[in-house]
Design a binder for this molecule. Structure first.
Ligand SMILES: [Zn+2]
Length: 284
């Protein structure tokens, strides 16, 4: 008899322990895991919203065709009419920052021109032709200091020259996020004096080098000395470029033709007031 009662008692204790264990396992997620899960859901929601917001950042649709100021620089040094001294360049970058200009990337400039929209009212596109080494030593510090962006037009056959940026330097500059690179052909020849076959080589080979070396799809072409003809425009399109820049003076508008866009030349000795007038435009 004693043994029977002992067994029964043992069974009851066991049942109580099992029931207690089940209760404890059920109650634990309710008290500990639930708030954690709740937080996780909240975090997911927050990140989903922010991604959506970035994607859906609305650009302003303009009523009138966009007039885009595209600045044209070359070397950031002194010595001739094509060179803008470092001090002047830095002052101009400071002006853009202080006056809340948005400096467009190539992709943003293409989007702005082709959709007639802008990320904000005051926009400017900074371009530097020929890819001089001083763009890195004298230009990049100002871009970084004022958090601005510029596009450098590369002569791909010149990347081994002492005064020009090497491919390694271009990669270094691209990695900063303050610079992107477009084509200024292979040899910097007047395209309108070449045969169609020669022109095609200049357009295609420079694009291929930039695409492969900088891991990008090069969408902009800048004509050496601004020289181009109808064949150049046709071949630029055929080669995969979406827009092309000239040296004609003025704001860029799509009315000029997407392979014939004007720019604003920045000259040495230009005062900041003249610079301000040069880029002042009302886009509505
Ligand atoms: Zn050039």
């Amino acid at each position: 008899m004693k043994r029977k009662w002992w067994l029964l008692g043992g069974c009851l204790v066991l049942i109580a322990l099992l029931a207690g264990g089940v209760w404890w396992r059920q109650s634990r997620p309710n008290t500990i895991a639930r708030p954690a899960r709740h937080n996780r859901v909240q975090r997911q929601d927050a990140s989903a919203t922010s991604v959506k917001e970035v994607k859906a950042t609305p650009w302003l649709k303009l009523k009138q065709p966009l007039k885009l100021p595209i600045l044209m620089y070359h070397s950031i040094s002194s010595g001739n009419q094509l060179r803008v001294p470092k001090k002047q360049f830095t002052a101009e970058m400071a002006y853009l920052k202080q006056h809340h200009y948005r400096t467009l990337t190539t992709a943003e400039a293409i989007r702005a021109l082709t959709t007639n929209t802008v990320p904000q009212k005051k926009v400017v596109w900074i371009t530097l032709d020929d890819a001089y080494k001083d763009n890195l030593t004298n230009g990049l510090p100002a871009l970084e200091k004022y958090n601005l962006h510029a596009t450098i037009n590369v002569i791909t056959g010149f990347t081994h020259k002492t005064n020009h940026l090497s491919l390694a330097q271009m990669k270094e500059m691209k990695a900063t996020g303050h610079v992107d690179f477009a084509s200024h052909t292979v040899q910097h020849l007047n395209l309108d004096e070449l045969t169609a076959t020669q022109q095609k080589q200049e357009l295609v080979k420079s694009k291929q080098l930039l695409d492969s070396q900088l891991d990008q799809n090069t969408k902009m072409l800048c004509y050496p000395a601004g020289r181009a003809n109808a064949t150049t425009h046709r071949l630029a399109k055929q080669s995969g470029y979406q827009i092309a820049l000239t040296t004609q003076e003025g704001f860029a508008t799509m009315k000029q033709g997407r392979y014939n866009l004007s720019r604003l030349r920045v000259t040495p000795g230009m005062t900041t007031a003249t610079f301000a007038d040069l880029i002042a435009v009302t886009n509505r």
